[in-house]
Design a protein around this ligand. Structure first.
Ligand SMILES: [Zn+2]
Length: 265
């Protein structure tokens, strides 16, 4: 199996614009105090970064009081940041219990990858027709160059860049459609699956060749739309299967805790 380890990983670094929040500009207009605003931004970036790099484990509670002390700000400011992260699907907000790092089940993971398959299969089907003919040549050349950059990053062992470029590949396909609604939907879906990968797969260190994106581009370039659609669905299925294997491994660990301690995990 050639599960492309590079794909859809945690969005470290910047540049693909995935999962970024506009808290800076929003907060600025709402709060007159720059220091509070700075604290909100630092807190937002700290939590977001820790989530996407897999440092915060599923189910971890984020306490308002602790965060306020850590970031030398008010609980109100912390609440605002936690609410925004909740809206973005990066945290679970439970009434009267607070904010928690999400603990998506295998079913949650499958459902979101299911949506990605539907959206991105449709995307590739529409693009297949659009890229046929000479008008598509420049776009296909750019996609080929993008995949070559992914492979180069992977070969020199630059995992962070390889992961970033891999995430950007899917968004780039959407952008070719020149339909901001589609791009927006896909951006949100990618952010969710990146979080799954970060939560469950950050510990895994298996690296595989980033060849599946090339297969999709090659099929598009050959005008073989059906093959491109199948390649996209297959690719997302591979990524999903890898995340699911990690969800199951984590669930097995939880069971073990229950068995050994006699307490519910
Ligand atoms: Zn991919």
């Amino acid at each position: 199996m050639t599960a492309a380890r590079h794909d859809d990983g945690p969005g470290r670094g910047t540049g693909d614009g995935i999962g970024e929040s506009g808290i800076g500009s929003d907060a600025r207009s709402n709060t007159p105090h720059d220091t509070q605003n700075d604290a909100e931004q630092r807190l937002y970036r700290a939590i977001s970064g820790a989530l996407l790099s897999g440092k915060l484990r599923p189910g971890t509670a984020l306490r308002e009081r602790n965060l306020a002390e850590m970031f030398k700000t008010t609980r109100g400011a912390v609440r605002k940041v936690l609410a925004l992260l909740g809206q973005e699907g990066k945290l679970d907000l439970r009434q009267n219990r607070g904010a928690f790092v999400p603990q998506p089940s295998a079913r949650d993971v499958s459902e979101v990858y299911g949506v990605r398959k539907v959206v991105e299969a449709g995307l590739v089907a529409v693009l297949g027709a659009q890229l046929a003919g000479t008008r598509g040549t420049a776009a296909l050349d750019a996609l080929t160059a993008h995949v070559a950059a992914e492979e180069a990053a992977w070969r020199r062992g630059d995992r962070e860049e390889s992961v970033r470029l891999a995430g950007a590949f899917h968004l780039r396909l959407a952008e070719l459609l020149d339909n901001p609604e589609v791009t927006d939907i896909l951006r949100r879906l990618i952010a969710r699956t990146q979080l799954f990968v970060a939560l469950y797969e950050a510990k895994a260190d298996s690296h595989c060749a980033p060849d599946e994106h090339r297969e999709i581009v090659a099929a598009l370039a050959a005008g073989a739309t059906e093959r491109a659609v199948a390649a996209m669905i297959g690719h997302l299925g591979e990524v999903e299967a890898r995340v699911l294997a990690c969800v199951e491994a984590e669930a097995a660990d939880d069971d073990l805790t229950g068995i050994l301690t006699g307490l519910p995990a």
